[in-house]
Design a protein. Structure first.
Length: 264
């Protein structure tokens, strides 16, 4: 099962695995769809490797038929920048937009430059982490296997974001799901506030090796302003591959969620 199923070019039906913890779709699933679609297009256009994406979540996206619209911002040189907009079918106002930067790689022969690395790790040997959505139904976390401790949490996507992109084209898109959990992995408190992120930015210095993506997260909250930030280092089993950051809006924890938890 794919997280989003293609109905016709530019038209998508989200599966239950695209749902967020409350109402509507999870931001990481939305960012993954918009980016994975552009990565598949880039493979045909020869734009190069996706190295950066910023997604803005403009309003809640319901579990409904969706359409996307890609627009080139800069195309033709070594650096190519493309936008992708997400709409609910039949509506004019967008729900989200993503801007992806592609760069054509040109290897250099240089010495004495630092290269990020760490001892190899096998995430499959770490403790399993499970989380249920407050609504008690399938959600985006069910599309992943999560393992780790308080230092680094590792994710392995069990279902493709979209079908047909191909392994070579699906690099940055699958990273966005794990990256979108960053502000929740290091939450200073549990069950007292919700912290939706209106944006998500990922920078990638190299393609990950293997299926596992690790996040070493940190979070800052300012309750007196109702704001916060989340950021983290992204890793694969061989070392650092990039970074993630997002803004956070603090809202009261929904009473309905407390009632559901009390009845579970």
């Amino acid at each position: 099962m794919s997280i989003f199923n293609l109905l016709e070019p530019g038209h998508w039906q989200p599966s239950p695995l695209a749902a967020g913890p409350f109402n509507g779709l999870q931001g990481g699933a939305i960012a993954g769809l918009l980016t994975a679609e552009l990565e598949a297009l880039a493979a045909h256009k020869g734009w190069g490797s996706a190295i950066s994406v910023t997604t803005w979540f403009l309003r809640p996206t319901p579990v409904a038929t969706l359409r996307t619209r890609a627009t080139s911002v800069i195309e033709g040189g070594r650096v190519n920048v493309v936008d992708n907009m997400l709409y609910v079918e039949g509506e004019a106002a967008p729900c989200a937009t993503a801007r992806v930067t592609f760069i054509r790689e040109r290897p250099l022969t240089l010495s004495n430059l630092p290269v990020a690395s760490m001892p190899p790790v096998d995430p499959s040997r770490l403790p399993l982490r499970c989380a249920k959505a407050p609504h008690g139904k399938p959600w985006f976390m069910d599309a992943m296997e999560a393992r780790g401790d308080d230092g680094v949490v590792w994710f392995r996507l069990k279902h493709p974001i979209i079908d047909g992109a191909g392994a070579a084209a699906a690099v940055l898109g699958p990273i966005l799901g794990p990256a979108d959990w960053t502000h929740g992995l290091a939450r200073p408190l549990q069950g007292v506030a919700i912290d939706p992120n209106p944006n998500l930015t990922v920078q990638l210095c190299r393609k990950p090796r293997g299926e596992w993506i690790g996040v070493r997260a940190q979070t800052w909250w300012q309750p007196d302003r109702g704001l916060g930030t989340g950021s983290g280092v992204l890793l694969d089993v061989d070392g650092e591959i990039g970074c993630v950051s997002m803004a956070v809006v603090l809202l009261p924890w929904p009473k309905a969620a407390d009632q559901r938890r009390g009845n579970s």
